[in-house]
Design a protein around this ligand. Structure first.
Ligand code: KG4
Ligand code: ZN
Length: 339
């Protein structure tokens, strides 16, 4: 059970292409957070290949588990509970983490906690600064675009979400059209700084809903590039990156700000891999200052998939005694509901 009063959560995250194990004390202090990315393996396919991802998780999980415990300077006997991402994600990938987590929970007779991946992304912020409620979380990743309102710990109310592509997915698809490597988000972000947003692109769903839609924008980029190619004219990659980025960021910021005002919150948190985006960060910083709203953005290593964020969320499930049973299963399309 560890030191008296201390809670050590060991967490496992294998929902996509990162194998990660972390140990976090009391939901806030990272003792270790080992992340083994498979990006190089999937790069040549231009995206994550689910079957390959599962196999890589199997190969790496035991080693990464040992590494996380070693770096935390603890043994399994010190661990209070095991948290694991059980969805949403690639089913074969999720199951690797879940099987490992169950084995430890069973052998050590400690609680098993199934954690929602997006709850994890949100709680990455708690590792930086305690969450202050009520808050708005903007979750933007390769698989998700969600605007979430939270009145208290683990109380998630989804105000809006994407109706088609996720923000990061749109970045990756547009990057492919621009012949940039996978994952394309960081490349577009970098190029955007060198270009001008002079190419007209649509802003989808600028209505009073909180939903997002990025597939029309993606198609507009593809069409513009194809037309230019057919006509033999050249479009600057930098200008296209800047124009696309402006279109994405404008919609994300506008809807987030409207939610902040409507719900009268004083804390905005950003989550998911796209939180690394410089354009999004600087725009949100600017408007939050104007509205006198505190903005928390986790450091890059905590924005992308990692197990420390799962441990932090898992801690709150743990203190509420929201434990899972040993028949916990992976759920590819798991919904984010209040726990
Ligand atoms: O959260 P994450 O690691 O994985 C998911 O759970 O989806 O997010 C990865 C996504 C990828 O689509 C990647 O292109 C995007 O985050 N991304 C970015 C940037 N860095 C990563 N998108 C835009 N700008 C960035 N700087
Ligand atoms: Zn993620």
């Amino acid at each position: 059970m560890g030191e008296f009063g201390m809670t050590y959560i060991l967490a496992i995250e294998t929902s996509c292409d990162e194998t990660s194990v972390a140990v976090v004390k009391d939901g806030q202090t990272i003792l270790s957070n080992i992340v083994s990315s498979q990006i190089d393996v999937h790069k040549r396919f231009g995206g994550v290949v689910p079957e390959v991802a599962s196999r890589k998780h199997v190969e790496g999980i035991n080693f990464i588990l040992d590494e996380a415990l070693r770096e935390a300077n603890l043994t399994l006997d010190d661990i209070s509970a095991i948290a694991v991402t059980y969805g949403p994600g690639l089913i074969g990938a999720l199951l690797v983490g879940i099987a490992a987590a169950k084995a430890i929970a069973f052998a050590k007779e400690i609680p098993l906690i199934g954690v929602h991946h997006i709850a994890g992304h949100i709680y990455a912020n708690h590792l930086v600064k305690p969450l202050q409620f009520p808050l708005i979380a903007l979750v933007v990743s390769g698989g998700h675009t969600e605007l979430v309102y939270m009145k208290d710990h683990l109380q998630f109310e989804i105000l809006g979400q994407t109706r088609d592509d996720a923000a990061g997915e749109a970045y990756d698809k547009v990057a492919r059209v621009l012949k940039l490597p996978y994952p394309g988000g960081p490349h577009i972000d970098r190029l955007a700084k060198e270009g001008k947003p002079v190419i007209p692109l649509p802003r989808a769903l600028m209505d009073d809903s909180y939903d997002f839609s990025f597939s029309g924008l993606k198609s507009a980029v593809i069409n513009t590039m194809h037309h230019a190619e057919q006509k033999g004219t050249k479009i600057s990659q930098e200008d296209m990156a800047a124009s696309f980025q402006e279109a994405v960021v404008e919609v994300l910021v506008e809807k987030t700000m409207r939610a902040i005002k409507e719900k009268q919150v004083k804390h905005l948190i950003l989550a998911g891999g796209v939180a690394a985006n410089q354009g999004l960060r600087s725009n949100l910083q600017h408007v939050c200052k104007q509205l006198d709203v505190e903005l928390t953005i986790p450091p890059l290593a905590l924005c992308t998939d990692n197990a420390a964020m799962i441990a932090s969320a898992g801690y709150f499930y743990h203190i509420k005694r929201k434990w899972s049973t040993l028949d916990l299963n992976g759920v590819a399309g798991l919904a984010l509901t209040t726990v």
